[in-house]
Design a protein around this ligand. Structure first.
Ligand SMILES: [Zn+2]
Length: 281
């Protein structure tokens, strides 16, 4: 009995010592030396909008293999070419910026294919296998840093395999995986089976719709890869600001690039946060 009271007392005393030490450390010495660093440290710990995405290791594990992903991407691209008018206008510029984003991202060994869609809608999207699409209207309104910001964001979706994750959750996943994995299939039958399964799912563009968290993750991966691509990450902010102004004026010109995405002001704030953080390191 006595023994246990004694142990409690020791424990209490120890707790007190630890609390006092912690208090002295955070409130005293550290703050007096450099109050700013203590404050910013607290901010990164509690308000980091990208906390979930740091140190993630991306791979195809648990999803379609990369070979299957490439086959699927080729098939989906064929569907896109039937639905949209692809053009060479601006393609050299998109490809030049795109290859830089691709090399600077976390999936640099994939062969990315950039495409331009003739459209008055301001939009961009990506598909499995590294196919990335940008509309002529978007190209027209954006400078290189802004266009690069959108492309690096789309590369981010490819890095994080967002479309493959969406596909995995769909009822048609088994049919699609089976037709992609069927190496003994007669030429043409894979594409036909795949086409039927994708049709049931709602088509290629189903895979371009992303959740808010996926958008946030693509923003994070995008802005992080911009300096390495030789781009000013501020371009991502001015792009959001341009889109925000256009949304107020004529929102039907904005495609899913913007309308499906998290609140514009939140994206601007998060991007500012990350740029400040990158500058500190
Ligand atoms: Zn996106």
């Amino acid at each position: 009995m006595k023994n246990s009271i004694y142990r409690s007392l020791v424990a209490l005393t120890l707790t007190f010592v630890i609390i006092t030490a912690a208090f002295t450390h955070s409130g005293g010495v550290a703050a007096a030396k450099d109050p700013k660093s203590t404050i910013t440290h607290a901010t990164t710990q509690y308000d980091d909008p990208y906390a979930d995405f740091r140190n993630v290791r991306y791979s195809n594990a648990g999803l379609l293999s990369e070979t299957e992903e490439l086959k699927l991407g080729a098939q989906l691209h064929r569907e896109v070419t039937k639905k949209f008018n692809l053009t060479d206008a601006g393609l050299a510029r998109v490809d030049r910026l795109g290859q830089r984003c691709a090399r600077s991202g976390l999936r640099p060994n994939l062969t990315y294919k950039f495409h331009v869609i003739q459209s008055r809608e301001i939009n961009g999207f990506s598909l499995p296998g590294g196919h990335i699409y940008i509309t002529t209207a978007l190209i027209r309104i954006a400078n290189d840093n802004e266009l690069g910001g959108v492309i690096c964001h789309e590369v981010g979706h490819v890095v994080a395999r967002h479309s493959l994750r969406t596909l995995k959750k769909s009822k048609e996943y088994d049919d699609i995986a089976n037709s992609l994995g069927d190496l003994t299939g007669v030429a043409g039958s894979i594409a036909r089976d795949l086409g039927v399964a994708l049709g049931k799912m709602g088509g290629a563009l189903m895979l371009t719709v992303h959740s808010r968290d996926e958008e946030r993750e693509a923003d994070f991966l995008g802005v992080r890869s911009m300096p390495g691509a030789g781009l000013d990450p501020e371009g991502m902010i001015t792009m959001f600001q341009k889109l925000l102004r256009m949304e107020e004026q004529n929102s039907d010109l904005l495609g899913s690039l913007f309308s499906d995405h998290p609140d514009a002001q939140e994206r601007i704030d998060n991007t500012r946060y990350e740029i400040a953080r990158m500058k500190r390191r």
